[in-house]
Structures are given as C-alpha cells and as structure tokens.
Design a protein around this ligand. Structure first.
Ligand code: ADP
Length: 159
C-alpha cells in the first residue's frame, strides 16, 4: 500500500491543504495528515481544535487519517509505515525552501517527497493570512474547508 504523510502545522487547515490531500488521494492509497507539535510556537488554534478541523473535513473519507507528532518528520513517517512525504507548492519561494528539506529527508531516510502544485486560485492562501483575518474579526470563510467554516467562525468570535 502506498501511504503518504502530509506534515504541517495546519494552524488552521485551509482550502489549499484540503485540495492537496484530495488530489493526493489520486496518487496514494492512504494519506496521514500529521500535525507537528512545536513547543516553541504557540499557535492560534489548539492541537485539539486543529485535529478536529481536519477530521471534520475528511469525515467521509476513510483513506485520510490524522495524527500528531513531535520530532523528525521522517522518523515518524517511517514509524507509521509511510512510503512518501506529500507537500504542496505555491511559489518558487516554497520550492526553494522545500527542496532543501526534501533532499535532507531523502538522505536521512530514503523517503521521497512528492510535490503537488497548488491550483492557481490557492496561490495566495496560507494559514497565517487566515489567522490574521480571524484575529481582526474578518471573514475567512472562503479560505477554509466548507465543513469547518461555521466552527472556525464561532471559535474566532470567542477570542
Ligand atoms: P508548514 O508549517 O510545514 O509550512 P503548513 O501548515 O503551512 O505547514 O503547510 C503544510 C503543507 O501544505 C506545506 O507543504 C505547504 O506548502 C502546503 N500548503 C500550504 N498552503 C497551501 C496552499 N494554499 N496550496 C497548496 N499547498 C499549500
């Protein structure tokens, strides 16, 4: 079975992430969305909320599961039996950043990284812009998956 890990911070999960996972399912049998625990970075959404958003987004897709991890992505990927790492690319800046990580990951573990280019309309979408909009009580609905729009709005309002 071809199983890929899609690692990230997903703070929060966006339509860009969702689209990469959905298209990744045309290539891989199973995708594990893995939320990295970064003790130095306090995000906007708690780990529980991030996991919930992703589970809700893929609640009808049994080929997508969600995990948290800390430490090296490749170590976790191998531990759970992933054969590939999946990442999304928006711009050439993404590519340069991702290239080094993918090459080091390959050297360390033998695991290859597969990249999917985002669809043109998702090029400007990123979690930090969504956080900024929410922080200032704007409407970020069009940037987050349909299944979690209402809930993100509700949580953001309570802040
Ligand atoms: P990280 O903190 O590791 O960059 P992110 O949560 O920002 O994690 O993103 C995880 C993955 O999703 C990365 O491969 C990133 O390039 C990709 N990604 C982020 N936003 C988009 C988007 N709008 N379209 C396609 N891929 C995206």
């Amino acid at each position: 079975m071809n199983k890929a890990i899609f690692p990230g911070s997903f703070d929060p999960f966006t339509v860009g992430h969702e689209n990469i996972v959905l298209r990744g399912l045309n290539i891989f049998d199973h995708i594990v969305v893995a939320v990295g625990i970064n003790s130095e970075k306090r995000g906007m959404f708690t780990m529980e909320q991030r996991l919930h958003f992703i589970k809700e987004t893929f609640k009808n897709e049994p080929r997508v599961t969600v995990e948290t991890y800390s430490g090296l992505t490749v170590e976790f990927a191998q531990k759970i039996g992933c054969t590939h790492i999946l990442r999304g690319l928006r711009t050439s800046a993404d590519f340069e950043f991702e290239r080094a990580i993918a090459q080091v990951n390959k050297q360390m573990s033998g695991l290859d990284t597969s990249f999917l280019l985002c669809v043109p309309e998702h090029t400007p979408v990123n979690s930090s812009i969504v956080r900024d909009i929410l922080l200032h009580h704007g409407d970020a609905s069009m940037y987050v998956p349909k299944a979690i729009r209402a809930e993100i709005r509700r949580i953001a309002k309570q802040r």
